[in-house]
Design a protein around this ligand. Structure first.
Ligand code: ZN
Length: 245
């Protein structure tokens, strides 16, 4: 312990200087919420888990120190205090973000990823209920879909024919969810379900029951969180749905 303290005292200013001189992409400072540590600025594709792993620190500790409640909500550019670290480390981006970035460049080159205009009435309403939240900015954050409030257990129907590509617990906050891939590069997402009635790889018809409304994941009451994606880009579901419910 003593050895480490001494080493830190001597090495740290040196490393900081070297680092600041050598790397523009990240910022490092010896600011100190408590004891030694560095600020790591979150870069594109870096998850909290990746960052914690790179610094060999417990993700819970990282969250507590930075007063983060939701690991998934950490945005690019956020300064994270990494206690105990003595220099800013390179954190590899997730494979997924690398893959999508790669795909995007490739596609742009071949101009295959052109923005397709929404096709009204391509989808049918996936649930009967009340529209409680629309697509777009919500409390300064983007809402990638719409919310339809309905009682727990209300049937959720496939908005169009397609293949179930996911039926399981989704990423943080989504709870139990189903993803269906349709034609026209469209995908629909059904989240916070209480139960999924379809399995991965099954083909479903438009209007087929696929799940039941619930409140799993980050949800304050039973509702369906419904997303429409064109390739990976979130689109406003209302532009694909009939006006009348
Ligand atoms: Zn939602």
């Amino acid at each position: 312990m003593n050895y480490r303290k001494v080493t830190l005292k001597i090495l740290f200013p040196l490393l900081t200087l070297l680092f600041l001189a050598g790397c523009q992409g990240f910022s490092s400072s010896r600011g100190t919420p408590s004891g030694p540590g560095v600020y790591h600025v979150v870069q594109k594709g870096q998850t909290l888990y990746r960052i914690a792993k790179a610094y060999e620190i417990n993700v819970r500790t990282l969250m507590q120190v930075n007063k983060i409640r939701d690991a998934a909500a950490v945005r690019v550019g956020r300064r994270l205090w990494v206690p105990g670290a003595f220099r800013v480390l390179y954190v590899p981006p997730t494979d997924k973000s690398v893959r999508t970035a790669h795909k995007k460049t490739k596609k742009r080159k071949s101009s295959g990823d052109k923005k397709r205009p929404p096709v009204k009435n391509f989808l049918s309403w996936p649930v009967k209920g009340t529209l409680t939240s629309t697509f777009g900015k919500r409390n300064g954050r983007n809402h990638d879909g719409i919310d339809v409030g309905a009682r727990k257990g209300t049937p959720i129907y496939a908005a169009a024919a397609g293949q179930v590509v996911f039926s399981d617990w989704g990423p943080t906050g989504y709870g139990l969810m189903v993803i269906i891939k349709h034609k026209n590069h469209l995908t629909t997402v059904y989240a916070h379900n209480s139960k999924n009635w379809v399995r991965k790889n099954t083909w479903v018809k438009k209007g087929q029951k696929i799940a039941s409304v619930g409140s799993t994941g980050r949800s304050t009451g039973p509702h369906l969180h419904f997303e429409v994606r064109n390739d990976t880009h979130p689109r406003n579901p209302l532009k694909y749905l009939p006006s009348k419910r």
